[in-house]
Write a protein that binds this ligand. Structure first.
Ligand SMILES: [Zn+2]
Ligand SMILES: [Zn+2]
Length: 342
């Protein structure tokens, strides 16, 4: 038997036994070294689910993770002991949507750490060999775990197609927002107005290159001579995310929504505010095949993922990790659980 952290229901995380994993054909065992707690994990904790994905029995979250191979993987030329990050998503590759290039939207996806599939908040896990990404020399387990949220950021930027020197409002400065901010800097946009209710997050946004900050969407208007921003990227957990994005945008603006709203619903949007601006709206979900770029960005020092990790816990500390994240404790940005305790 092993141990794992289970979400039993709303605000109920407990450590319990889990059978030792047995790798099926095409899988390999990985000793888990670092697991990020995601905002999406928190929805299972706060709401008991995300939309139709409801917890019907206790499940083990954890889809942002890095570990060490327990055995050689000859098909991939990887050796036992190699540090690997794991793409949690295995799309079917055969449905119409996969064939059209929308792997991230495959309805038949097997996603490690989303019900009914148990995740990585345990000591050892069996993962598909095809989902492994070898970590370059010198990269840390924490950085490996951060590749998944960084991948979400890359996908959002791919959808946003930022333009040189345009004005951007970034609504929500959690780990995803702050990752997106670093990618915006790389893409050569102009003004970046960071918006978040929490002062410590705005401080970090300014450190990472935001040009202005404020605690409400009106900041995006105030800092653009009343025009609003041409690109708005929303990465909050707030039902107001959509309406705030509309209010922060300029005429002809583009909106990309990355956040998952609490309660799986947006608060009402004033139709005229959106219509009269002629806005374009994209919803970002998970990611495409972005791991290689995520690795390269971290390895080259172009993105700092370490600065986003403010808290560490061992596996037994997982209930506390969820609690402080749900409570939006000041100073908190991102937790990593290290099941081996190291
Ligand atoms: Zn995540
Ligand atoms: Zn598919």
């Amino acid at each position: 038997m092993n141990t794992a952290a289970y979400i039993h229901g709303v605000r109920d995380v407990r450590i319990g036994d889990i059978p030792a994993p047995v790798p099926s054909a095409g899988n390999v065992l990985v000793d888990v070294l670092a697991v990020g707690i995601c905002g999406s994990d928190l929805h299972y904790y706060k709401d008991g689910g995300i939309g139709a994905a409801v917890i019907s029995k206790p499940f083990v979250p954890g889809h942002e993770f890095c570990g060490r191979l327990v055995a050689d993987v000859e098909t991939r030329g990887l050796q036992r002991g190699q540090l690997v990050a794991v793409d949690p998503a295995t799309p079917c590759h055969h449905c119409d949507w996969c064939r059209q290039g929308h792997h991230n939207l495959c309805p038949k996806v097997v996603f490690i750490g989303a019900p009914p599939y148990n995740g990585a908040l345990t000591h050892q896990i069996s993962v598909p060999q095809n989902s492994l990404f070898a970590m370059p020399e010198g990269m840390t387990p924490d950085q490996g775990a951060m590749l998944e949220p960084l991948g979400v950021c890359i996908h959002a930027i791919d959808l946003a197609k930022p333009k040189l020197l345009e004005s951007v409002a970034l609504i929500g400065c959690g780990p995803i927002g702050l990752g997106i901010l670093q990618l915006l800097k790389l893409s050569g946009v102009g003004k970046i107005v960071a918006i978040d209710p929490q002062a410590h997050r705005l401080e970090m946004a300014m450190q990472l290159g935001a040009t202005h900050s404020g605690d409400s969407p009106s900041a995006a208007v105030d800092h653009t001579d009343g025009r609003g921003c041409q690109l708005v990227i929303e990465a909050t957990n707030s039902p107001d995310g959509l309406s705030h994005a509309v209010m922060a945008s300029s005429i002809g603006g583009r909106l990309v929504l990355v956040g998952i709203p609490d309660g799986d619903a947006y608060s009402p949007v004033t139709a005229a505010e959106a219509r009269r601006r002629g806005l374009s709206l994209k919803f970002s979900r998970r990611m495409g095949d972005v791991y290689p770029r995520a690795i390269e960005l971290v390895e080259a020092g172009l993105v700092d993922v370490d600065v986003l990790v403010t808290h560490h816990f061992d596996l037994d500390g997982t209930p506390e990790a969820f609690q402080i994240q749900a409570d939006e404790q000041p100073g908190f940005i991102k937790s990593i659980v290290r099941p081996s305790g190291a």
